[in-house]
Design a protein around this ligand. Structure first.
Ligand SMILES: [Zn+2]
Length: 460
């Protein structure tokens, strides 16, 4: 046997139903990997959101331990959220452990790798790269090399929640092509032992086009101009995957994974509107029309709780000593939270019908809840509904997103597939979790797993 190598292809948001069923016949390369390997659903992190999910996958830690509850997180002394970046990852990820064991590594486009950090090999920052002069490669000399061959680096698709679907589709295709070309280049030129790329285009495609490609979406129009773009785009992904895998040999283990799945978004639950009606949130004046919750409009002297929207709601209590103008006594926090949880679990739509709501308390759910966890994490109708943070719509349930057109919400299950390179072939498996990926990668290289990480090695 030759040199053990591994290629990990991350497809952000890739949904099991599309990859394993609906578009499988358009993905002959992926299908061939499935036939020779181990594959199944991959249960995401809680919450199933890109920034924590990839970081959980590659570190073997849960969001509570990482202190990452979404793209943005709170910092002490401020009621607003701040965008996370790589400096917020206080733990090692698989490429760090592999590098320590002498392997050459190349993480490319992985979420939460901006700014880039020193690795035993090369790193290209992922989609939250701020652009401009900000560094995006380690070593920095790689930036000029890539730009010279593949043009300006496309870390993400701009403004993917808009009505300009022609432009969005073109941008996704161009970006995805560039990413795979860079990956081929790095694999060929640098010959890493471990290379991992993440394609964010899949996520962007879903958010922009899900309503048009999914017949089960409530506002799907059969025969629309975009109906077949899913098959086309997944087919292109498969062609890129085939080319990249064509550069590998029998000692290369190939992993294809996603950080979470996708499902039709039926609308949203206006969590702050609900908190206002229940008396938890008080505004100094009501907005004339639906608009984001402007914190300067909150009457903090009378507010008990407010929330941040997104794929799920993060509800914060206005706690004395913790929030700048807190009014909930710290010893009352538990009681207020329990009451709010009970009321949320009995939430109703505008017609008085029950909305299925699941509520988690970070301190109870995670082993640890580091950083600044929300007091309550709330999921609406099994993720059919987003959490809408805006106020002023005059309704609790909206059928559209508040931050631009979007037909897709994240779903709990992503995909897991490993094949070749000495990995164990089991066919279809059930029960794989996002935390299993790091120990499985380490196990493939024979690197001992750190004692305190989560997950199982699927080679064993
Ligand atoms: Zn994602």
């Amino acid at each position: 046997m030759g040199r053990q190598t591994m290629l990990v292809i991350g497809l952000d948001c890739a949904a099991p139903r599309l990859v394993f069923d609906r578009y499988r016949d358009a993905m002959p390369n992926l299908s061939a990997l499935m036939k020779r390997g181990t594959w199944g659903h991959l249960r995401s992190s809680e919450p199933p959101i890109t920034v924590p999910a990839w970081t959980c996958m590659l570190s073997g830690r849960d969001p509570g331990e990482l202190g990452l509850y979404g793209f943005r997180n709170r910092v002490p002394g401020d009621t607003r959220l701040r965008l996370a970046d790589a400096t917020d990852v206080g733990v090692k990820r698989v490429w760090d452990w592999l590098g320590e064991h002498g392997y050459r590594v190349a993480p490319l486009f992985v979420p939460l790798t901006s700014p880039p950090s020193a690795v035993r090999g090369q790193m290209v920052s992922g989609f939250m790269w701020p652009g401009g002069d900000a560094p995006w490669c380690f070593p920095r000399g790689l930036e000029a090399e890539i730009t010279a061959q593949f043009g300006p680096y496309r870390a993400d698709v701009e403004d993917f929640r808009s009505d300009d679907l022609d432009r969005i589709y073109r941008d996704i295709i161009t970006m995805t092509k560039q990413h795979f070309e860079i990956a081929e280049h790095v694999w060929w030129e640098e010959q890493p032992d471990f290379m991992m790329m993440v394609e964010i285009g899949v996520d962007r495609f879903h958010h922009a086009f899900w309503r048009h490609i999914d017949p089960e979406h409530p506002r799907h129009e059969p025969g629309n101009a975009w109906e077949h773009k899913g098959r086309e785009y997944y087919g292109q992904l498969d062609t890129h995957i085939g080319r990249l895998c064509g550069m590998t040999d029998e000692d290369t283990a190939v992993l294809v994974v996603s950080d979470h799945g996708a499902r039709a978004m039926h609308g949203g639950f206006c969590i702050n509107e609900w908190l206002i009606r229940k008396g938890y949130l008080v505004l100094r004046e009501a907005p004339a029309e639906s608009s984001p919750l402007d914190q300067t409009l909150i009457d903090w002297t009378r507010t008990t709780a407010w929330a941040e929207g997104g794929y799920y709601a993060r509800v914060f209590l206005n706690v004395a000593g913790r929030e700048p103008n807190g009014i909930v006594a710290p010893e009352q926090l538990g009681a207020v939270r329990d009451k709010l949880r009970d009321e949320l679990e009995d939430a109703r739509n505008d017609e008085g019908g029950r909305i299925p709501v699941s509520v988690r308390i970070p301190e109870e759910y995670y082993n640890e809840a580091r950083g600044f966890p929300p007091d309550l994490m709330v999921y609406f109708d099994e993720l059919k509904l987003r959490a809408i943070g805006s106020v002023g719509a005059g309704r609790i349930i909206l059928t559209e997103n508040d931050t631009g057109p979007d037909g897709c919400n994240h779903d709990w299950n992503g995909i897991f597939l490993m094949s070749g390179g000495g990995t164990t072939a089991r066919g279809y498996v059930e029960g794989a979790e996002i935390y299993d990926v790091a120990p499985t990668i380490l196990g493939t290289f024979g690197v001992p797993r750190p004692p305190d990480i989560l997950g199982r090695d699927w080679n064993r």
